[in-house]
Design a protein around this ligand. Sequence first.
Ligand code: PBG
Length: 310
Amino acid sequence: MRRMVAETRLHPADLILPAFVREGISTPVPITSMPGVVQHTRDTLRKAAVEALEAGVSGIMLFGVPEESKKDAAGTAGTDPDGILQVAIRDVKAEVGDDLVIMSDLCLDEFTDHGHCGVLDASGRVDNDATLERYAEMAQVQADAGVHAVGPSGMMDGQVGVIRDALDQTGHEDVSVLAYTAKYASAFYGPFREAVGSSLQGDRKTYQQDPANTRESMRELALDLAEGADMVMVKPALPYLDILAKVAEAVDVPVAAYQISGEYAMVEAAAANGWIDRDRAIMETLTGIKRAGADMILTYWATEAARSLR
Ligand code: PBG
């Protein structure tokens, strides 16, 4: 009876797998703060993409982790056609073709030595407009590598418009922009720093949103849509379900939510201690996110959850 009258149903195709690939390693490196998640080698990433596809997951979001020596102030490795992210996009594309939607994080923090999402000005603050030029270049190299959708996550003002233009001017009209529209300055990104080997100097409060605010998200939403976003995202998910519901109500484009590293770690840690039922907790969080209005959910449990839904 419960099954018959359920208002919300999760489906494997709702799920997108975020995955990390690290340059220069020959075996996967476990991320201790995210038990069960690894930094992939190029080879194991291809396998993970195939497993996700076979489980019914609809997309994969790729994050590149360059060799430490390749990080610099401008995040040069992020725009190198042979940089790890571009290589990974080509690898996954060769493996799964167009059967899985291949997405890429479009941001500089994985590639900068200071760990910020953009380039810095003389005073050490993130320089919005100089960063936009870097994002335009990133969009082009990622699209050249064959990505289906780029995910600008740096929260620079004007990023969606600049990226859309760069894609259109380089013959990549078909590449979609999944805009990180409402991205909050959150403590829950903690484990992600280990995942991408980044040590952030300072914080992201000059470009990510204040957890206390709602209106700001609606403003970001209007701007992203006006600039050409094809899909919009709310991030993190669980502490911002009200924002997700408002965004979903307000738009006529697909809405994504990102269940981030700290949300994952929180459930895994409690489960490891025997404090909660892991499998039920995972499905409950995913159902809650869908119920709040997400069409797509980025989750590190994507493959596992998709398998159990089948
Ligand atoms: C920025 C980016 C971050 C995440 C995705 N893209 C980190 C940040 O903004 O601080 C976080 C993902 C997660 O925590 O799972 N490149």
